[in-house]
Design a protein around this ligand. Structure first.
Ligand code: ADP
Length: 449
């Protein structure tokens, strides 16, 4: 086991990783920006070191500052969390070349999955179902028109290097195609330094379902079932659950097998997520792979009993997975609500001082957060300030448990989206378990009228 791990992140995920380190008997090093001097991760780690000013570019994205912190603290390994540098293959390479262990997949698999055109080509050879569309990159408007003849409209133009919901254009008819194509290409070049774009058929009513995978350096690779992540607004997930309430057993087996095949194709090591779009008829297509831990990993931990962060660290030391696919069983149902410091219906961010914080408790309630009474939420970072996770033997009981947990949660001093969760959990459409990625936005539109 490592002696000391540096955590190149902040907020609840940094706290989550510090907790795993403590349970493994590993010393933890937090890095923090000037805005995070009083942050929970800064306080909980065994050591903490300032890496720059508040702006992420100058701190949490500042590779030289993070590498210096690793050096002066004599850290052995670096855990990137999610966001910031987690999917930056150059950073992973620098970490490895400087003699540290990267707690994540190889830079090579990150690179392949980080380029959507390369990733799709790889998936095609692995037999993973793909959204119908162009074969690789599309270089001109004429080519785009050619592809449109087979996909039909609507279609979606995507930047190969895009991410975070950016670099995509939906096109509803042929006359709109030339403009949209040129714009997408230009914007992709400006935003990602790569103007490669490709085309997919636009699926109109899909669900977002993703498969958790975990691999070691000895060639063992397993899946840990799926998560339902269709409850989204602006491509931001708001509530996730496992298992998906809408999958029949046959589709579940098929989608998990496809997730595994996708990960195998890039010799995946560590924890990763393969995202799929699922049509109403249960046909599903590979969307992308996230080569890191995800925000919503706790729901999977709860139904499988596997500590994903602990295993990210263990496999990074070269340890073999201690369980086989057969030993991974789903037990009960888990739901996660993301708590954001933002207006529940207008979604305007609400940084400020938390005058009072009271976390829910009781049976089968987990709170992953970096909050405390008196904490000043800085305006510089993501508005997500914590997550409430509940577990129960079935979905109905799990929803009721979440309702009572959310009712117990008190955050005074800043505006949060607690009321959004209260209303969503009581919504018959959510309770029915049958919803797609448009459900939340359509419901919000109704609420406004
Ligand atoms: P990013 O890397 O920016 O997250 P993704 O390829 O994962 O981009 O797509 C983000 C979101 O865009 C998806 O969650 C889905 O809602 C929507 N989307 C992407 N591709 C399609 C498609 N072919 N049809 C319908 N929706 C899509």
């Amino acid at each position: 086991m490592f002696n000391k791990i540096l955590i190149a992140n902040r907020g609840e995920i940094a706290v989550r990783i510090i907790r795993a380190c403590k349970e493994l008997g590993v010393r933890s090093v937090a890095v923090y920006s000037e805005a995070d001097r009083e942050a929970m991760h800064t306080r909980l780690a065994d050591e903490s070191i300032c890496i720059g000013p508040a702006a992420s570019k100058l701190s949490y994205l500042n590779i030289p500052a993070i590498m210096s912190a690793a050096e002066v603290t004599d850290s052995e390994a670096i855990h990137p969390g999610y966001g910031f540098l987690a999917e930056n293959s150059e950073f992973a390479e620098i970490v490895i070349e400087s003699g540290y262990t990267w707690i994540g997949p190889t830079p090579e698999s990150m690179r392949t999955m980080g380029d959507k055109v390369k990733a799709k080509a790889k998936m095609e050879t692995a037999g993973v179902p793909l959204v119908p569309g162009s074969e690789g990159a599309v270089g001109s408007v004429d080519e785009a028109k050619e592809v449109a003849r087979s996909t039909g409209f609507p279609l979606i133009i995507k930047a190969a290097s895009g991410g975070g919901g950016r670099g995509m254009k939906i096109v509803h008819s042929e006359p709109a195609l030339p403009n949209a194509f040129n714009m997408c290409q230009t914007e992709a070049g400006a935003a990602f330094g790569d103007d490669t774009v490709f085309i997919e058929k636009f699926l109109e009513e899909p669900r977002h379902i993703e498969v958790q995978v975990l691999g070691d350096t000895h060639g063992n690779l397993i899946h840990l079932y799926e998560r339902e992540c269709s409850m989204q607004r602006n491509n931001q997930k708001i509530l996730e659950e496992a298992p998906s309430p809408s999958l029949d057993e046959e589709t579940r087996q098929a989608i998990c097998a496809a997730g595994l095949a996708a990960a195998k194709a890039v010799d995946y090591v560590g924890a990763g997520t393969v995202e799929f779009l699922v049509n109403p008829d249960n046909s599903f297509y590979f969307m992308e792979m996230n080569t890191r831990i995800q925000v919503e990993h706790p729901v999977t931990e709860w139904i499988t009993g596997v500590d994903l962060i602990e295993w990210q660290i263990r496999v990074a030391t070269g340890e073999k997975l201690a369980f086989t696919q057969k030993q991974i069983k789903m037990k009960g149902h888990a739901i996660e609500c993301r708590i954001n410091a933002e207006h529940p219906f207008k979604f305007t961010p609400s940084p400020g001082t938390v005058e009072l914080y009271h976390a829910p408790g009781g049976r089968s309630v987990r709170v992953d957060s970096a909050l405390y009474t008196g904490y000043r939420i800085p305006p510089h970072y993501d508005s997500m300030i914590g997550k409430i996770i509940t577990h129960a033997r079935d979905r109905e009981k799990c929803i009721r448990r979440m309702q009572r947990a959310i009712d117990e949660l008190a955050i005074i001093g800043v505006t949060t989206n607690i009321e959004l969760h209260q209303r969503l959990l009581a919504n018959p459409g959510f309770q029915s378990g049958s919803f797609n990625i448009h459900f939340l936005e359509r419901w919000l539109d109704q609420l406004r009228v």
